[in-house]
Design a protein around this ligand. Sequence first.
Ligand code: ADP
Ligand code: MG
Length: 248
Amino acid sequence: MTSKIVSKNLNLWYGEKQALKNISLEIPEKKITALIGPSGCGKSTFIRCLNRMNDLVDKIRIEGEVFYDNNNIYEKDVDVVELRKRIGMVFQKPNPFPMSIYDNVAYGPRIHGMKNVDKIVERSLKDAALWEEVSDRLDHPALGLSGGQQQRLCIARTLAMRPDVILFDEPCSALDPISTGKIESLMETLKDNYTQVIVTHNMQQAARVSSFTAFFLLGELIEVGETKRIFEMPQMKSTEDYITGRFG
Ligand code: ADP
Ligand code: MG
């Protein structure tokens, strides 16, 4: 199995506080990897390191390496805009721009001077399983969509940039169960073409969608493996305690 992203001895401090401790983790290509662990254990911090979203945070210090297709993304000459095009991110709270449905998806392609924007918009909305619900009102404001539709729109916006990797940080925690189910089946359909990483505090969700699961605790990577094995035969006591609900 090929690794798409590899972190090696990744350490991160916010000021004096160390939020990531020596994280070495391989993200397999074209699989879904889930990151689980109690609130505050560093899941978001870690996932944001994978496309350098932490760069602009004040008083941050990062040591170690993150390889994307065998290139260290923390090298000085890396084009961060291009990197974030290749490694897109979907956030907890759907964040469409205050413009039309069409313009949301067209936004990135236009900025990057991509051709055939109409086609890109249609294909992205289809791939995000939203086309049928919005094709007759592409000029309506995106903020008029339901929360679940807005989240699929954000996924369409990410897909429009033709990414290679999609990072999801708790993409369903603001959604109802039906919308959550739609996002999960969407991830399933994207599986063959994209490498996906999902942070989730919902262990059933991790079990349902992912092939691999990594358990984080207090800034450390405690255990990683095939999802079935992690849930059925955790090797570490703290993993077992977490998945059986004995703490946070
Ligand atoms: P998780 O996503 O697992 O809930 P986070 O990565 O958000 O965890 O946070 C890990 C730790 O880093 C927490 O103690 C949190 O308070 C701290 N932290 C997160 N973001 C910042 C920031 N921008 N500045 C300072 N501390 C932060
Ligand atoms: Mg988080």
